[in-house]
Design a binder for this molecule. Sequence first.
Ligand code: PBG
Ligand code: ZN
Length: 351
Amino acid sequence: MLDRVTRAPAATIGHATAVGAVTATGDATVPPRRLQRLRRTAPLRDLVAEVGFTQSQLIQPLFLVENAADTGPIPGLPGNVRLTRESALAQLDADLAAGARQFILFPVPARKHVRDFDPGFACDTIAALRRRAGNDASLWLDTCLCSYTADGHCCLHDTRGQQDLPATLDALVELALQYVAAGADGIAPSDMNDGRVAALRLALDAAGHDLVPIMSYSAKFASQLYGPFRGAAHSAPTHGDRRRYQIDVRARRDALASSQRCAAEGADLLMVKPGMSSLDLIQPIADATGLAVGAYQVSGEYAALALLAREGFADFDAALLESWYALRRGGAAFIITYGARLGRTLGLAAR
Ligand code: PBG
Ligand code: ZN
């Protein structure tokens, strides 16, 4: 009889009370541990929720294209479009009104080069967005070469086809300095080349931008889940893949070491990517570095949920929220997601 179960002695109060409790008549029984009790109503579930977060902790990607012919919807990423200067301003207005406060910008130049890249079009748009947003929003700039290079790689190569690391770092620094001069709030290097955080930090400081933070893509795995992004950003490599610089998904130590190295080189924020492939790494990286670690819910992860919903297998909004909570439970301090602008609609508080 459940109602005649005696209370366990003080020493076993806690989880142990469910096991080995004794009835008033002395029969040894095991009262069922009814974990469902605290799941019964929404207020009870809210009471014991351990994670929650706000729309201010979601970062919305925006693709800035130079070529007006490249605008329009992005296959695989419903609700996301490629933007020119004018449409980017309209998008910013709409997103600010919807409660989004953090943006990460991906410049997509019209023409590709081997070196000597010109981010002028992006800087015009950054400056316009900066003027419009004031200090109401943060504009992070994804800083990489793969949308600029003719071969779609995140590094430069010498004439023998070998990676040219010094030239790569110089090119990244040059882009970052121009982005910041145009009004970027922060730099987010996504290239995974050795030494880029230190090179960026030194150059930013030398240019007087010592208050500009670096959000490093510190544990970025080579992945099949970047497909929709590469279409949108024209960044698919024309030869080979990114395994020479992105991390092998089996290499946990490498992911930790990459993150610790970024921290040591002066990164202010770290990031894992793809989010779902990195759930086991977020908290260990945070513990090892003492830095806030975010998760990038990459294009393929977002597209997968959209496809499930399109086929009638899931409710998109609920699935999106579920995925964010899982990343949060894994320790993510912030989340880059193609659905950041939906935060309020999905019930998140502003901040
Ligand atoms: C560029 C970059 C990529 C992503 C962010 N920055 C693509 C890649 O590394 O191939 C992926 C983002 C996504 O899939 O949403 N270095
Ligand atoms: Zn890249």
